[in-house]
Write a new protein. Structure first.
Length: 379
């Protein structure tokens, strides 16, 4: 039927929900069964929001821990030695630097002293140089993992709080499948920093892959408004809607447009019949992924060079690429067909005109040109 969303037969068995969070059969939806993410404090979002981190190897991590233990030992020795008149030894002699070092080691390693205590300098030296490193290694193996988890959660909570207070004009990619990954690759190729891209998905494997690229990730469904709020959509510059299903794309687009009325929303759809539904939901641009791929496959059977050139234009990191730029003052009044750049069209007041359109005969101030540029190879 016209105006209906095409989906697989299994979709007909999914209960439809109203906007008030209740299904038509009277049951509660997922959003009412779970607490709203926007009501949680920042430290409670650890595990939902993941900030990019730099991977550190196990050997390097252990070396860092040993250095930290040595620094703590050195500070303790200095404090004890500076206040050596406040300490007494069993042999009645004043504390030396070695005595201070011995006291620091047995104190930091929680070994204690008293009933069995080395007295001779050689015994104390062995205790310091041999026994204490063994104790430190034991403590590293015993509590190192637990401490690392605790400190990592603290770092993540601090990063999340800092990021949420500063994030502005970023791009949110909802769905990190094939289409979402390709969109992120194009954004990175255009020079957008990885920290300005937020990926929303429910697949842990996809989120791990996105995090490895330095992207901020949010674990949750893009159809939930609280998940999108945590991703910062109200302050986002653009939203890429790339879920695997068209019906999900419509719901995500509706929610994203409600939260971000001014954001540029680009959605991918599999069936051409659903394009108008995406536009009615608030999408500024809709890409028909299946039909576009099908056309390229058909063209490749007869004109493979055309497809190869088309792929070159879509690859922003090498060869030729389609770009957009502002017009120069010296170009105002002239024809875009007479410029040194290969101009494909111009954008005026948000409307795109092909270069052969009558509206594109003369360049006006404020226009933007779509042209083919040469991308140099990285040195």
């Amino acid at each position: 039927m016209p105006g209906t969303l095409r989906c697989s037969p299994v979709d007909k068995h999914v209960r439809r929900t109203t906007r008030f969070g209740r299904s038509l059969s009277g049951g509660r939806t997922e959003s009412t069964l779970t607490d709203r993410l926007t009501d949680r404090p920042d430290h409670a979002l650890v595990g939902v929001v993941r900030m990019p981190t730099t991977a550190v190897g196990p050997v390097r991590s252990i070396i860092r821990r040993i250095i930290g233990a040595c620094l703590a030992l050195a500070v303790t020795v200095l404090l004890v030695y500076l206040d050596r008149d406040g300490y007494s030894d069993t042999d009645g002699t004043p504390l030396s630097v070695l005595d201070a070092l011995y006291y620091a080691t047995v104190s930091l390693s929680t070994t204690g002293y008293g009933d069995i205590a080395p007295v001779s300098p050689s015994a104390r030296l062995v205790n310091v140089l041999v026994i204490t490193p063994l104790r430190v290694l034991f403590l590293i193996v015993l509590v190192g993992t637990t401490l690392e988890v605790l400190t990592e959660r603290s770092r993540q909570a601090w990063k999340i709080q800092r990021w949420r207070s500063r994030v502005r004009d970023h791009v949110v990619v909802i769905g990190y499948g094939t289409k979402g990954r390709s969109a992120v690759t194009a954004l990175l190729g255009d020079g957008l920093e990885a920290g300005n891209i937020v990926v929303v998905d429910t697949d842990p494997t996809a989120l791990e892959a996105a995090s490895s690229l330095g992207l901020v990730t949010v674990n949750g469904s893009g159809t939930r408004s609280d998940v999108l709020r945590v991703a910062g959509i109200p302050r986002a510059r653009a939203v890429v809607v790339a879920p695997p299903r068209d019906d999900t794309a419509v719901l995500v687009t509706l929610t994203a447009r409600e939260l971000a009325p001014k954001a540029q929303i680009v959605a991918a759809v599999r069936e051409a019949e659903n394009v108008h539904l995406l536009r009615q939901s608030g999408a500024d641009s809709v890409v028909i992924s299946s039909e576009t791929s099908g056309r390229l496959l058909g063209m490749a059977t007869s004109t493979p060079s055309v497809v190869e050139m088309f792929e070159d234009l879509l690859s922003p990191d090498l060869g030729l690429a389609i770009a957009e730029r502002e017009v120069d003052r010296t170009e105002v009044g002239g024809s875009p067909r007479h410029l040194s750049d290969i101009v494909l069209g111009l954008v005026r007041d948000g409307q795109l005109y092909r270069v052969d359109a009558p509206e594109a005969d003369a360049i006006e101030e404020g226009d933007r040109l779509l042209y083919v540029k040469k991308v140099s190879e990285p040195s």
